[in-house]
Design a protein around this ligand. Structure first.
Ligand code: ATR
Length: 276
């Protein structure tokens, strides 16, 4: 019998996950069907339970339900616990297990697809909301030399940095927080935009000399062409620019792996999405 999965969110019509998982299934020969669930904003738990009752095996969770997904679960992975959010739920009988594959998706895109090794690099993470929190632990586990979190509201950055200091991954490195005003004079090999500023074509106030030669500028946003952050980086001669499409496909592959025990090849899927 075909196993059923879905992406659940509000809104959800824009989600590329059904197409991505259909390509993974065709490639691996896994017999799955993957749809969309548009849950009402106050109806997440109810919709998940109804999907389980219909025989659903798992869901990907998108905005605004990632926090609720984490809270609904009976068991959670360490990376979901650190993120306090889940994007992947698996159902076994009535038991709900939660994971968060966003961070590992980002790290795999950076290290494997973009061939940029994080070890010993100086990394700037811009933003301290859910998107930044979701990727922080896997980033630290890749052992950069130091990681600085910069945020408009500096208190949120300080809290986020504090939340990981006790993690074994943070034991031998500097994790610190600052405001954008404190950035002048500091330079990085990798700058990741995890703020939602690209949505409104805005840009945090960044200095001109943020990047060392050969640096990578990464915007977790995708589908908007060159975001304001990537345009800013390009104007400062940064040659390596990446949007979040690779991360989107890699987080989906990690979810597929959790559910099916098979890792799909992400390259042809990324190519297909870039073409369309
Ligand atoms: P998400 O889940 O997308 O991270 P969020 O939790 O609302 O959403 O967080 C949005 C992030 O983008 C925050 O870091 C926010 O900064 P504040 O904490 O100061 O609000 C940041 N952000 C949004 N618009 C921004 C802008 N125009 N300039 C700088 N930072 C911005």
């Amino acid at each position: 019998m075909t196993d059923r999965y879905a992406v659940i969110g509000h809104p959800v019509a824009h989600s590329q996950s059904p197409g991505i998982h259909a390509m993974f299934a065709a490639q691996t020969g896994e017999d799955i069907a993957y749809g969309r669930l548009l849950a009402p904003v106050d109806g997440f738990a109810e919709w998940v339970k109804a999907f389980i009752a219909e025989g659903g095996r798992g869901v990907n969770v998108t905005l605004p339900f990632k926090l609720e997904a984490y809270e609904l679960a009976d068991e959670v992975s360490e990376r979901a616990r650190q993120a306090r959010a889940a994007n992947t739920l698996s159902f076994s009988g009535k038991k709900i297990s939660a994971d968060n594959t966003d961070g590992i998706g980002l790290v795999r895109d950076i290290e494997i697809n973009l061939e940029f090794e994080l070890k010993n690099k100086r990394v700037l993470l811009m933003g301290a909301g859910g998107a930044a929190r979701g990727v922080l632990l896997p980033l630290l586990e890749a052992r950069p030399a130091r990681l600085i979190i910069a945020n408009r509201t500096v208190e949120r950055a300080i809290q986020l940095a504090r939340s990981v200091r006790r993690q074994p991954a943070a034991a031998h490195m500097e994790v610190s927080a600052c405001a954008f005003d404190d950035l002048p004079g500091q330079r990085f090999e990798l700058v990741i935009n995890a703020t939602s500023s690209s949505l409104s074509d805005e840009l945090p106030p960044l200095p001109d000399d943020l990047f060392v030669a050969g640096a990578l500028a990464y915007d977790m946003m995708y589908g908007k062409g060159l975001t304001s952050f990537l345009a800013y980086a390009e104007a400062r001669n940064v040659e390596r620019l990446a949007d979040g499409l690779g991360m989107l496909v890699e987080q989906a592959a990690e979810s597929f792996m959790i559910w099916r025990g098979v890792r799909p090849d992400t390259q042809p899927v990324m190519l297909a999405l870039r073409k369309s």
